[in-house]
Design a binder for this molecule. Structure first.
Ligand code: CTP
Ligand code: MG
Length: 180
């Protein structure tokens, strides 16, 4: 029961987890804000690029398609009731995760924090909250069925742990400039 809740939470959120990591790998090039400023500070900053955003969405959607393809085999092997991914949910999870990260950068810049500065709490949960809300808008029935209250609670607890550990790993591998 607990194992299944944890498995469903991580499985269903994987298409939202991967886009930010993929953006770190493929990011670069022209920033989304085109260098524009607002109130004397960058609108978003050089850390939010078109390439990173597009690459992140593609990575998240491809992962959802792959999970969907292996789902029958995984369900047969584990007996866990893991959900499939309608395309609308896949796109919303991936795009919503990046939108959350972009909105957090907007707020960070307004709060006077430079690119790369830590924003505890926001850094770890911005993308989950916006990914879930976006998906609830485009695929409400799917979200209602998959994200039961226990699953949502597990997502909110497990995501910061996963986020901090993957970022620390990316930092140690030299892929990211800060360990958070
Ligand atoms: N990235 C990107 N496009 C995005 C998100 C991330 O290109 N939409 C890439 C950038 O190269 C960025 C790196 O991934 O520097 C790390 O992402 P993140 O930690 O979110 O950005 P920061 O550089 O820390 O900037 P910010 O302070 O605005 O979060
Ligand atoms: Mg950062």
């Amino acid at each position: 029961m607990v194992v299944e809740t944890l498995a469903v939470a991580v499985w269903a959120m994987l298409p939202a987890y991967v886009p930010n990591n993929a953006a770190v790998l493929v990011g670069g090039g022209p920033p989304i804000d085109g260098g524009r400023t607002y109130g004397g500070r960058r609108l978003l900053g050089d850390g939010k690029t078109w390439r990173g955003t597009a690459g992140g969405i593609v990575a998240g959607v491809l992962l959802a398609v792959a999970l969907d393809a292996v789902r029958p085999a995984v369900v047969a092997a584990t007996g866990l009731d893991l959900p499939g991914f309608p395309l609308s949910a896949a796109v919303a999870l991936a795009a919503g995760a990046l939108l959350g990260d972009i909105l957090a950068s907007f707020l960070k810049r307004r709060a006077g924090r430079e690119r790369g500065a830590a924003f505890p709490g926001f850094d770890q949960l911005d993308f989950v909250v916006v990914a879930l809300l976006s998906t609830a808008v485009v695929a409400p029935a799917w979200v209602g069925r998959v994200f039961t209250l226990p699953v949502v609670v597990v997502v909110l607890v497990v995501t910061p742990v996963l986020h901090l550990s993957t970022n620390a790993g990316a930092y140690l591998l030299g892929l990211k400039e800060e360990p958070y």
